[in-house]
Design a protein around this ligand. Structure first.
Ligand code: SF4
Ligand code: SF4
Length: 107
């Protein structure tokens, strides 16, 4: 990883947030992934239908840490496509952060 990439990872607001990973059980759904990619995700983290990540009270089972303080995705490298599209400061980010009482990020 380059220094710039490492810096941006370290500085990502997501690491002190995690709100979009605990917004709705309908959010971390599988979409365009190849079967081989989905097979990498531990079965205990997949929902009963096999349609997305398993959630408890809307919180993804792969989310570690405390929302709004320090969080991480325990399957970051193999997370579903939808998780790669949520960007800090976008509309979904704002919805999720509001739900958890966190200030909306400016873009
Ligand atoms: S809600 Fe926004 S800031 Fe929080 S983890 Fe998701 S994309 Fe990152
Ligand atoms: S798989 Fe990771 S990035 Fe996706 S919702 Fe779950 S914790 Fe968040």
């Amino acid at each position: 990883m380059s220094d710039a990439a490492r810096r941006s990872e370290v500085e990502s607001p997501c690491q002190a947030c995690g709100a979009c990973c605990a917004y709705s059980e309908n959010w971390p759904r599988f979409s365009i992934e190849e079967d081989a990619a989905l097979d990498l995700i531990p079965k205990e983290l997949v929902n009963a239908k096999g349609s997305g990540m398993r959630c408890e009270n809307d919180r993804c089972a792969a989310l570690a840490g405390k929302i709004g303080e320090a969080t991480s995705c325990t399957i970051y490298a193999i997370r579903p496509e939808v998780c790669r599209t949520c960007m800090p400061g976008d509309a979904e980010c704002a919805m999720a952060r509001r739900k958890h009482g966190l200030p909306v990020l400016s873009v």
